[in-house]
Design a binder for this molecule. Structure first.
Ligand code: PAF
Length: 281
């Protein structure tokens, strides 16, 4: 496995591989890798000749300085895990390397970015689009892999690929969960033992709401999910919305769309956790 820090070195490596006609897959990450990321790496290996993983905590997508500072950074462990998972190239650049000049690009994702994470974290998706588009230009991958846990992020990135006419396929990969049901996230590292047990109620409540969807209206489902999760002492729902999986706009009845997803953000102490459930697809 090669560890590359400079953009020019990455581009040299990629050109050599592309000259040989090899298919290149990319897994963009912010490090603090867990089984969810490694699952993306495994898929990337299976579907391409070469797997490139980027590890970069992107400052432009954090609208909260404290959140950026607290974001877990574990580069040595990440490299070990990536080596065992069969990654070929790890790209670990510095902030100066990625942003030699401030990125002044402003993307417009319309209604897609005006809801949920986009509404709660102004500027977040612009920062995601800045870094992901840069990585796509640098690596020129045939396929790029993103976890469905960040449901809105995947929708935004697919939209960006269309807007920029980029020649690659986005592979959307279902959430990887712990046995308990808790969605894997780098932020889980910041949960205490007790908080981790309580956080299981997020996925548990979502699964139950799917079992009961035929008995309840959308509004009743929303109210009951929020009420159940808020009844757990350390949990506080920031939002729970049931939306069309393509447009991300609220639906008001189960037959409004063939693709319906419930997206939730919950604070567990000061750790912000996100999860979702696909009711229909
Ligand atoms: O999902 C993430 O980890 C990040 O938002 C991404 C896609 C790597 C961009 O920094």
């Amino acid at each position: 496995m090669k560890i590359v820090n400079k953009v020019v070195d990455l581009q040299k490596e990629i050109s050599l591989l592309k000259e040989q006609g090899l298919r290149v897959g990319l897994v963009p990450t912010m490090g603090a890798l867990h089984e969810g990321h490694l699952h993306l790496v495994t898929l990337c290996k299976e579907q391409n000749d070469v797997c490139v993983v980027s590890v970069f905590v992107n400052p432009t997508q954090f609208n909260n300085k404290e959140d950026l500072e607290k974001y877990p950074r574990t580069p040595e462990q990440d490299c070990e895990k990536l080596k065992s998972a069969g990654c070929d190239i790890v790209f670990m650049p510095s902030v100066e390397e990625i942003y030699p000049e401030p990125d002044t690009r402003v993307f417009n994702f319309g209604a897609l970015e005006q809801v949920m994470e986009g509404k709660m974290r102004p500027g977040h998706f612009n920062g995601v689009a800045q870094i992901v588009s840069k990585l796509f230009y640098m690596v020129n991958p045939d396929k790029a892999y993103f976890g469905e846990k960040d449901f809105q992020q995947v929708a935004i990135i697919k939209n960006m690929v269309k807007q920029l006419n980029l020649p690659l396929t986005i592979v959307q990969v279902p959430i990887v969960r712990e046995k308990s049901g808790l969605a894997l996230s780098s932020r889980n590292m910041r949960l205490s033992k007790e908080q981790k047990i309580e956080a299981v109620n997020i996925s548990k409540t979502l699964f139950e709401s799917k079992e009961n969807m035929n008995k309840m209206s959308i509004q009743k489902t929303i109210d009951s999910v929020i009420e159940k999760i808020n009844s757990i002492p350390s949990l506080e729902v920031e939002y729970f919305q049931i939306v069309d999986g393509d447009t991300l706009q609220n639906v008001s009845a189960w037959n409004d769309s063939n693709y319906i997803v419930g997206c939730i953000t919950v604070y567990c102490g000061d750790v912000r956790l996100i999860d979702n459930i696909i009711y229909k697809h």
